[in-house]
Design a protein around this ligand. Structure first.
Ligand code: NAD
Length: 249
């Protein structure tokens, strides 16, 4: 018995990093996976691996900032697998600039992907989740959604995700649609590669993380899997912090 048997899950940003691992873990636990990303070739590799191992997944090239793109993703999910039960709003970018340095174009681009993209995903899966009798939406925020590290636009987008989560959780609880946010600390992925390659920055990030290591994608994917499954069926509007103790300090 898989922990996600019978469920259909859309995961954005699934070509690499945490999204790719979540797609593989979800499929292993019985979900049929709609993996989406801008990077088509890498995405097809992830989906190819899932299907070779006996899982069920499709790849959809998708810009999360595009409303038409979201309509197409939801349509393809329903055409392929008949319904949508889970959405993981994972795709995101980081721009490590403060409010004085960041340009308006950079600000708008980041917001379109990290915040508007998540709103659009929520908007277009809700009717399908209602038809399916409920669902679970997981918004990948960050410790930067709670405290002021990470960059001005990044902080604002991740804080927006945190309270958007609570708004949607309250409004759609009656439809049995659960919405929770996940707040990773520092996780070694492509996103943090250049930051962690800088010895000083790495030492700083280690110094603010009480556990004696930085995070791995599986640390986050395990939490996301729990929120996607019925094991978390009484959780909505909550914040799952997975940060090695960073926020506790
Ligand atoms: N790595 C960390 O330390 C960390 C910490 C906290 C939160 N997060 C968040 O976790 C999520 C995943 O991060 P990651 O570290 O795996 O990043 P990553 O850079 O390894 O992967 C992000 C994926 O998102 C995709 N993507 C980017 N823009 C897109 C768009 N417009 N449309 C569709 N796909 C797009 C990329 O192609 C990539 O495959 C992000 O939302 C990130 O902000 C990461």
């Amino acid at each position: 018995m898989g922990r996600l048997d019978g469920k259909v899950a859309i995961i954005t940003g699934a070509a690499m990093g945490m999204g790719a691992l979540e797609a593989k873990m979800f499929a292993k636990e019985g979900a049929r996976v709609v993996a989406t990303d801008l990077q088509e070739e890498k995405l097809k590799e992830v989906v190819g691996e899932i299907n070779e191992k006996g899982g069920k997944a499709i790849a959809v090239k998708h810009d999360v900032a595009s409303e038409a793109g979201w309509k197409e993703v939801v349509k393809q999910a329903v055409d392929a697998f008949g319904k949508v039960n889970v959405l993981v709003n994972n795709a995101g970018i980081v721009i490590q600039k403060n409010a004085e340095q960041i340009t308006l174009d950079e600000w708008n681009k980041l917001m379109d992907i990290n915040l508007t993209g998540n709103f659009l995903g929520i908007k277009y899966v809700i009717p399908e989740m209602r038809k399916a009798g409920g669902g679970s939406i997981i918004n990948i925020s960050s410790v930067s959604g709670i405290i002021g590290i990470g960059g001005a636009a990044y902080n604002a987008s991740k804080g927006g995700n945190r309270t958007l989560t609570k708004n949607v959780a309250v409004d759609f609880a009656k439809d049995n649609i659960r919405v929770n946010s996940v707040h990773p600390g520092v996780i070694a992925t492509t996103m943090t590669q250049s930051i962690l390659a800088d010895k000083e920055q790495k030492a700083y990030l280690e110094s603010i993380t009480p556990l004696p290591r930085l995070g791995k994608p599986e640390d986050i994917a395990n939490g996301v899997l729990f929120l996607a499954s019925d094991e978390s069926s009484f959780m909505t509007g909550s914040e799952l912090v997975i940060d090695g103790g960073l926020l506790a300090k």
